[in-house]
Design a protein around this ligand. Sequence first.
Ligand code: ADP
Ligand code: ZN
Ligand code: ZN
Length: 674
Amino acid sequence: MTNQKEQQNYKTQYAKVLLNLPIEGPFDYAIPAEFEKDIAPGKRVWVSFGARRLIGVVIAVTDRTALNKVKPILDLIDVEPVLNKEQLQLAKKVSEYYLCSWGEAINAAVPSSLKNGRTSVKPRHEDDYTSILPTEDLKLTLEQKEALKEIEKSIDKRQSDVFLLHGITGSGKTEVYLQAIGKVLKQGRSCIVLVPEISLTPQAVERFKSRFKERVALFHSRLTQGQKYREWKKLKDGICHIVVGARSAIFSPIQNLGLIIVDEEHDSSYKQQDVPRYNAVSVSIMRARLNNAVVVLGGATPSLESYFKATRKEYKLIELTERIEKRPLPKVKILDMRQELIERKRRRIIFSRLLTEHIEKALGKKEQVMLFLNRRGFSTYANCKKCGYVERCKKCNVALNYHSDRKVFLCHYCNYQKEHINICPSCKSAYLDYFGFGTQRVESELHRYFPTISVSRMDTDSTKKRESHKNILKDFADRKTQILIGTQMIAKGHDFPMVTLVGVVSADTALNLPDYRAAERTFQVLTQVAGRAGRGFSPGEVIIQTYVPGHYTIQSAINHDYKDFYKKEIVLRKELFLPPFSNMIYLSLRSYKEDRAKECAMLLAKYLLKKKLPGLIRQDGPCQAVVYRLRRQYRWNIILRVKDLYEFNPGLKAALKGFRKLPGVILTIDVDPA
Ligand code: ADP
Ligand code: ZN
Ligand code: ZN
């Protein structure tokens, strides 16, 4: 051994480098003498690949290579590794599960502020905040105490158990998280707290900051590059021991991990829609296993997958069944819009008489109102009453939504915009009519009904500017605005004690989507929205307007009955081998040429059927994607249902190799699509 070691001194050294490419690495590069001393796993380097210069991450240094010709490393970027061994390992697991390359998975763990090669950024001033939230542990209720005890047992045993903390809204889950974190910190270990991107409001973050002060680092998309870098550095240097953040925080460089909390674990923002297409909930379990850390998945409406695992004892189920101080759950009333239309002899109604009356009553008592509609814009399509012409997107062929604030027609898939017109481009008549309504329409109707009341709207259109999100919520919290209208952005995490009425303008928008999760998503969002009412001392009231009042999803939502919903929904899933009875994999092929997309999709489907991959339950398609033409590309999907991903993936990966290089088409793979 020693002989060999000595020989290495004058032998060329090679670095194994991973690149952010859909080709499995690592790739070997020779280490020039000038970098030999400093090169190490986890550091980034510049290399040439084909005609390109790319940034790669070194994962190992060796003295041999199987290649005949090896290019040299062009430059070494980092003084210190940006990724540690555990992060590299985690990325490897992610790549195996989500069928991307290891290099693509690693890319998710490198903060965006570092991606262009910079390692330092000018610091910026942090927001000052004053807090009136408790700075010390609260005295727990019996249920909370029991929950904490269970979690602490696993923390003490350093067992990578997964808990599902199912607690109704307002049952005090956050206090349980906070005290579990306290326990882990006392042991000298650290914690990751994931919250949905949308609920990363100052209000939510403050609950952690006021308890743990400067030990908390923050990770979310609204930070500037400089802020992101600073937070990342504080974790890496071990100055902070808690990170609160959106999904990418699961890859943060936290050391000595003891606990991962995922609040509202069902939330779809945990799924990344670009490569690597990971879900932070699954990654949190992978990361916990690597560290003997505990995972707590929390929420009022667990995903069917998680609840199913809890019933199978794969996860430990803890339930919080009561609200703090026994505050009653809000009364939920259904309003049958079919009846309303008949009685009022109208073709279209946005506000029922009942909802209008209750808004009036609440306003009269100087209370606040939240109105929810899961659709932005003014109208969902414009249609000519005379010839039937519909304004469509040129690139996606879907109907354009009218946005009254900017006076444009907008594609919700690609953001294509078109000037507003009054005259039908097809028959030149002036009969353009607007169908379907979004939040902007609700806002303008409200102004008509209540001209003196101050109303604000929160959706992706009204929160484009960095601070606007914060300002809208602050104005509402300060009661400068009395009615807040919004999309699911207002459904989560907010705690406004003066809100006594929540109106769901239409419960059916999500229910009609062509998605097997449509019922689940509707149940979740209705429950969440309802949870916004009655957070203070006056009991809340919720009015849900719907055209399908008898639907089991709406019925269980008004009764606040998750288990009832679960029981009905799980039967349907089982019959169809849908998750949790399988894992789905979407293979999508897209091309600018319609024929090419179809031809390749057919070819791939036939090829896969012939392969008879072990673990495949069912293969469907190829079929056209729901939005068949998106950004001028034609899209086909093949849908696989799989029994065990770990068993199935290696075979699929090998089978797909040739299809990744077909000219004129792009193949993408999405495991557990959202
Ligand atoms: P959840 O996260 O389950 O919706 P929260 O954690 O927001 O519930 O708790 C609801 C409210 O009850 C919060 O204002 C919180 O500060 C308060 N609270 C939680 N636990 C206790 C407790 N043990 N004693 C008093 N108040 C509590
Ligand atoms: Zn026309
Ligand atoms: Zn479009």
